[in-house]
Design a protein around this ligand. Sequence first.
Ligand SMILES: *Cc1c(COP(=O)(O)O)cnc(C)c1O
Length: 486
Amino acid sequence: MAPPAESMVHGSKASPKDLPSIDRLLHASGPAAWVAEHGHQFVAQQARELLDELRRQAVAGALDAHALQPAAVEAALQARCESRLTSRMCAVLNLTGTVIHTNLGRAVLPEAAMQHVVAMMAGPNNLEYDLARGGRGDRDSLVEELLCTLTGAEAATVVNNNAAAVLLTIAALASAHPGGKEVIVSRGELVEIGGAFRMPDVMASAGATLVEVGTTNRTHPADYERAITERTALLMKVHTSNYAVQGFTAAVDEAMLSAIAHARGLPLATDLGCGALIDLSQWGLPKEPLPQEMLAAGCDVVTFSGDKLLGGPQAGLIVGSRAAIGRIRTFPMKRALRMSKLPLAALEATLMLYLRPDRIARDLPTLRLLTRPAESIRALAQQLQPAVATAVAPRFEVTVVELLSQIGSGSLPVERLASAGFALAPAGTARKGVGSALDALALALRQLPLPVIGRIAEDRLLLDLRCLEDATAFVAQLPALAEALG
Ligand SMILES: *Cc1c(COP(=O)(O)O)cnc(C)c1O
């Protein structure tokens, strides 16, 4: 390749022949120490990739001569090694105001769950081993009794997530049904929950045939009754967790629908989505339908998530009658959707917290954050304001503002929680430049060692402090932020 004209003008460009050999580079004192620490293969591979890259740039005439000085090459190699050994998954501070944020890993695990995970992962455990009988056991049995105690269900099983729980329930109860594969769902409940999980598509993937009844806003008992034929396998209710149908509406509740289903010998399944296990209205939060209420109303199967309002690990919980759960548990697809030992340990410890409801608002981070009083969040904001203002001055101004947090993850979509935090606005920037100034600030926050995620709204960057429990970690980063903003 001919070198670009520019390199002929400047004499200070590096030539490929000035590149060090791999051997010489690895024997320099810095790299030799890294070889001792990480082994020859890893460091040599990084050195090869670095030298290849530098050679390409030198050949293109795009490399300054000083980039090939030994200290510069060694520093580049060190940076490359460090970057390779830095995990891509990292902790962040969620100051978005959305407590259960799907993009930020949903529920924060309780301390007890983390401890149980660590203890169970350090060596072998009884994942599928029956200690009483001394033979093969069933991993579901580790949490089944707890789930039955907490929901009043006869039986329970667990899978990878709630999407899997819904898929498996439909597949086991409908596609495997000898009479027909039809599942009846109200048109008002054909939910899309994001990530391309749409009820009609799930039905198709599960091998069932969707039969829609009613209209978007109103569905009546007679709509279901008319749709039931000898091909019907299952009636299904889907909790409209991420939107609200308001105004001139009618829906058939679970008690009524289970009577309709059972009169024809059909099962009723309900997908609750967010899955609170206790009535949140005792803390002034909106009430969500509970699995235990759905079962009491006659549902044969209820599915819900482990990492939404339940506050545990990613999991799909399936509770219900012994007959229905038996069919679900033994359906072959279950094997492909089963939970792994890591989240299973976390789930067991999380569920155990629910045995002590008087302590749960303290011990379950999701509930602790949701119930945090606005006054205490505001007090924290006022306390931290001077330090934040100093860090971002003179380019940005910081005010303490009232904010509204969201529960998130499609749970309780229309409810907002009074909260507080900071509004950061560019100081003295022309209206036109505000957007890019805020984008730059948001980027600087995301590039901190512990990335801070806020949100931009109405020409300000908002940091909601509801989920900031470790203020020290936040404050410790302010010098780095000040430096990044220059
Ligand atoms: C969130 C949700 C699901 C999916 O649950 P995941 O645990 O994310 O797989 C299914 N149905 C409803 C109604 C939901 O809200």
